[in-house]
Every structure is written in structure tokens, then in C-alpha cells.
Design a protein. Sequence first.
Length: 387
Amino acid sequence: MSTAPVYNIDLKAFQENPYPQLKDMRAKAPIAFVPELNRTLFTLLDDIKKAEPDTTHFSSEQPGGLMTVLMGENMMRKGGEAHAKERKAIFPTVSPKTARDHWAAKFAASADEILDEITPLGTGNLFETYAMRLSGEALRVITGLESLSWQEMDAVSQAMIDGISNYGGDKTVEAACHRATARIDEAITSLLETGGSGYDMCSTMMAAGLPEAQVRANIKLAISGGQNEPRDVIAGIIWALLSHPEQLEMALSGEVAWQQVMEEYVRWMAPIGMTPRRIAAPVSFNGIDFETGDDVFFMFNSANHDEKYFTNPEVFDITRDASKHIAFGAGPHFCAGAWASKALIAEVALPKLFARFTPRLTAEPVRVGGWAFRGVLNLPCKWEVSP
Ligand code: HEM
């Protein structure tokens, strides 16, 4: 076990809102062993940026981990050459150029179709009817698995997320995860038979010569990591702006770009709160000794509130410089879907919705929760319908 100081957390409060306890940790014990999570947490931005690229000591390989066992050995749980080869294989799908020249138009067509349907309704839970659906539609085309509906995409993604965090070994959760991965495998098989668009992730990995088992594992990774995050960011930004009318005005008038709004939102409320690593060789870091096999969490959510870089970090402020945030990661596993997500969220989802209508919140409370994954859980809204 590491020699880090022990810091106890109130897990229930942490799940509701991790930020107050993370703030206290940054001040008192920025690298600390938290018994309730059985992990040593890194909470400062500089420390994470220094440790994460050091893959010799802070390894993402976890052969017996739940993710590998349930979803196959994907690139997120590999290092060095093996990881680089698979990242390179998917580059033609996720490059900034493909996002701009290919995906943006497809995302825009989906957003238009959804908005055509929901705008006349004048009311709805935008979390589901817009954010979840658009995120699912985007992931269908990116992965190539268009035989899955957007509802199925969300369901299989959630079942895998539940499965890989099922530390208690709940058999029902495990069975649901197996059903989800089987459904994805079925969709992959049918895509491999019929052929994809050439741009989608399945096609690019096959064209690069990756073995089919790796194609399957990486598609499952992209689904488990590519559905909830854009969904939570789209819904979360709408909620944050509606709760800060003066900032909504700045975004609507173009005074602050949608891209900047997105950067500040993911800084303020990181949709993925942390990434796990395992110590692969003994190392001393900031005077703390780690042994092989120690488990650590790099807390992106805390780093994005690091007072050294962000003044009044708990305040949502689209006018601040948020560029130092690490909501997409800080090392070789930096989010592969970052450019596609920016195209989807900042170039399509937000400008298109607010061009049609400006929603308003209703009396029904918006619920927010989670620490490993954090976001709004519902977004009931109303809006005016033009005659
Ligand atoms: C706002 C949306 C998103 C956020 C905030 C986000 C965040 C992240 C984070 C924090 C990581 C781990 C980085 C690390 O360990 O250093 C990650 C990895 C990854 N993400 Fe995303 N993600 C988003 C959307 C997506 C989408 C839409 C896709 C799929 C198209 C995707 C695919 C991946 C993949 C494949 C990895 C693993 C990369 C690797 O191991 O090299 N992500 N993402």
C-alpha cells in the first residue's frame, strides 16, 4: 500500500456532490488514500499532468479488471506500442478533419430531424428527447452500428457502465451487461457482413488489419465512453445556461462562442470524474512511496477546480479562460472522441437547439448527481411554439 496520508470521505455526500470534499483534500492532503474507495486519489492538476504520461509506473493495464473481463481487452487498458497501434487504427474515424468534413453534416441532419419533431410539442424532458437521442444518433454513425436504435445505444452503454462498476458482483447487473455486449456483437457481425461507410470505427479498424476481437472490444469501449458524455454535456450546458440568464444572453448574442461555453462546462462539471491506474513498478511521487499493484485514481474533476489555475472554480463562468482543464484526459489515453464531441456539441447540438427555441425550466426540479460520472439526470423544460 502507498505511504499516502489517509483521508476519509462521506461516500453518500461524495456521490451527491464530490466537489466540497475534493476541495478539502486539495488543501489538506492532495494525494491521499481514501479507504471508502480503496484507492489513492490524485487531486491536483500539476500532479496528474506529471503522473499520467508516466505509463511505466502509472499503468492503465488491468488484465483481470471488470472492464477487460466483460468487454474484452480494449485500447484503454493497454499501453505503449499495443495502445498506439490501436489509436492509430481509429484515427481516420476520429480525426479533427473527419469530424469537420464528415460527421458534422450527419450530426446536423440528426439534430434537424429531432428538432422538427420536438419543437411543436412546446414541452419535454430535453435530457431524453434531445440530448440522449442526439448522442445516440451520433454514436450510431461513428461506430457504424446503425442497426442499433438510439434507445438501444443508450441502454447498452448504460448496461456496460453498470457492469464495469459492479464491484459488489451483483449477478443481475452482470447478466444485463452480458446481454448488452451480446447485442453489440450481433450488430458488429451484421456490419461486418454488409460493410460500413468506410469512415466508421468498425470499418477503419478492419481496414487497418486489427484482429476482430480487438475491433469488437474497442467498439464496446467507444459505446461505453461515447454515449453518456455528450448526452450529459448537451443537457448540462442547456441547464447551466438557463440557470444563468446573463450568460445565456452572451452565448445567444455570439459574445461568447459555443466552443468556449462547452470548455467551461466540462471544466466546471467533468462528465468523467476520474481515470484509474495501477502502479506497475515501485515509484516515489512527491515524497509518497507506491508499491507495485497499488491502485490510484487521477481525479479530473478535482484538477479542473484546482485553485492554482481557476479562480472561484465552483462558479460557472463562460467568460473565464478554461483552456487548462483536463476533462478529456492528460496523457496518451486522451479522449479519442474529443473532436467528434466538440463538433457534435458546440457546432451542432447547442446552436441548432437555441436557433429553434429558448427553453425555460419548469417547477419540477432538475436533479444532478454522480462523482465518477456526473451530470444532470433530467431536464424538464417548456418553450413557446410559434403559431
Ligand atoms: C464530452 C464528451 C466526452 C468526454 C468528456 C470524454 C472524456 C474522456 C476521458 C476523460 C477519457 C480518458 C482519458 C484518460 O484516461 O486520460 C476518454 C477516453 C476515451 N474516449 Fe472519450 N469522452 C467524450 C466523448 C467520447 C466519444 C463521443 C467517444 C467515441 C466516439 C469517445 C471515445 C473515447 C475512447 C475510445 C477513449 C479511450 C482512448 C484511449 O485509450 O486511447 N469519447 N474520454
